[in-house]
Ligand binder design. Structure first.
Ligand SMILES: Cc1ncc(COP(=O)(O)O)c(C=O)c1O
Length: 418
């Protein structure tokens, strides 16, 4: 297919197609296939939306069966069987076994819808307008979530002041600064000039920020800080939830319970738009319809979401993620230093970052391009796009995982980094 149709008719805002300039037609498991029949191993995974692999047979069969039986597709927020079955399964299969007691809200189909609802609720519950977020965070691109999100290029597109957020240095930015003590100080110092926030928004792993894993102890201290000051702790599980870190929820490893958390991407099972905002029952002070939206009841996503949870439990995707995560870590720790000792490496479970900050700007971009030429799709993250973000489907076979890792190291080797 001539790319002209996209270049002529589609807005200049398009982005990923510029990095991966081919026309994709099929996807199965961890492989994307383009119109020329070329296969690419997918280490991008729909930005974390396809944790269970593309067109996962177990999940897809349920959706196909549902549609063939004329199951209702669009139901707003009316009671519908598929939604009921999803709620029941999620509650009893995932939340209750973890001792998590939350009300579940369908805020609209995308991650940013979930964040907007969380912001609204936190402000409504506390009566405060300010919110704390960490530098390096990514929470979405609509105006409320964008005010949290820190990357300059995205903020520039908004055209209005992005207000009511205080950005706190992320713990990795200034190792000598205790960021919990810093927040304690600005909350108690009557000369700090900082408004007490409704909530502190946190990603347990900053993914878009450059794959930074926040320490368990930091998360626990953040929980305690919020408790001390009556601030709601809001966790964004949109990219790193659904087993990505080796536990279903990325915050689980710290043994904390947020007041609010948001999910999207892989909760939709097979790349379907689907998002959730969850909060402690006592925070459920919404009036009926106070947050609304036409696409809060896309039932095929609920069918896929339930099937994905069944699949996750049946095949112990959490344990598999930890096992394959160890393969990734061992491979990177062994092979990257042999290529160049200045390459950074960090991650958890099956999200890893290779950091090119020590090299000239554009190095990670060149690495991603070289990977694409070798049949691997991989995205960038972090300041100045200096991090290669490895995020294969959690269901990838061991062989393909190692093949993909080999393509990355070959691609980096070919750059002759100094
Ligand atoms: C942590 C996090 N929060 C929110 C979002 C926004 O989700 P969406 O793009 O579906 O609006 C993203 C998207 O990458 C994300 O990674």
């Amino acid at each position: 297919m001539n790319h002209r149709v996209f270049e002529e008719y589609e807005s200049e805002v398009r982005s990923y197609c510029r990095k991966f300039p081919t026309v994709f037609v099929k996807a199965k498991g961890a492989v994307l296939t383009d119109e020329n029949g070329a296969d690419y191993i997918d280490f991008f995974c729909g930005a974390g939306s396809c944790n269970y692999g593309h067109n996962n047979d177990f999940i897809k069969a349920r959706v196909v069966e549902y549609l063939q039986n004329d199951g209702i597709v669009h139901s707003l927020d009316m009671y519908a069987q598929a939604k009921g079955e999803f709620l029941d399964y999620f509650e009893n299969g995932v939340l209750k076994p973890r001792g998590l007691d939350y009300k579940i809200m369908f805020p609209g189909p995308t991650g940013t819808n979930a964040v907007e609802a969380a912001l609204k609720l936190a402000r409504k519950v506390t009566g405060r307008s300010n919110v704390f977020a960490l530098m390096g965070c990514f929470h979405g691109m609509s105006l409320g979530s964008m005010a949290l999100t820190t990357d300059a290029a995205s903020r520039k597109g908004c055209g209005v002041p992005l207000a009511n957020v205080t950005h706190i240095p992320a713990p990795y930015m200034f190792p000598q600064l205790d960021t919990i003590d810093y927040m304690e100080t600005i909350l108690t110092d009557d000369h700090s000039g900082v408004e007490k926030p409704a909530a502190l928004f946190v990603e347990a792993v900053q993914a878009e920020g450059g794959v930074y894993v926040l320490e368990d102890e930091w998360l626990r201290r953040a929980r305690a800080l919020c408790d001390r000051h009556g601030i709601l702790l809001a966790l964004d599980e949109i990219q790193v939830g659904c087993c990505r870190t080796g536990a279903f929820f990325a915050f689980e490893r710290a043994g904390i319970k947020p007041d609010i958390f948001v999910m999207a991407k892989s909760i939709g099972g097979m790349g379907f738009p689907f998002a959730l905002t969850l909060f402690k029952p006592e925070l459920d002070i919404w009036s009926p319809g106070e947050h609304n939206g036409t696409f809060r009841g896309f039932q095929p996503a609920m069918v896929a979401a339930k099937a994905a949870l069944e699949y996750m439990l049946k095949y112990d995707v959490e344990a598999e993620t930890r096992r394959k995560g160890a393969i990734i870590e061992a491979y990177l720790r062994e092979n990257l230093p042999k290529i160049n000792g200045k390459l950074g490496c960090r991650g958890i479970g099956m999200i890893w970052g290779i950091d090119f900050a020590a090299f000239p700007e554009g190095s990670a971009r060149r690495a991603s391009k070289n990977c694409f030429e070798r049949g691997l799709v991989i995205e960038l993250a972090g300041r100045g796009d200096c991090v290669l973000k490895l995020m294969p489907p959690l269901t990838i076979s061991d062989d393909m995982l190692v093949t993909g890792l080999g393509r990355i190291t070959d691609a980096i080797k070919s750059m002759n980094l100094e």
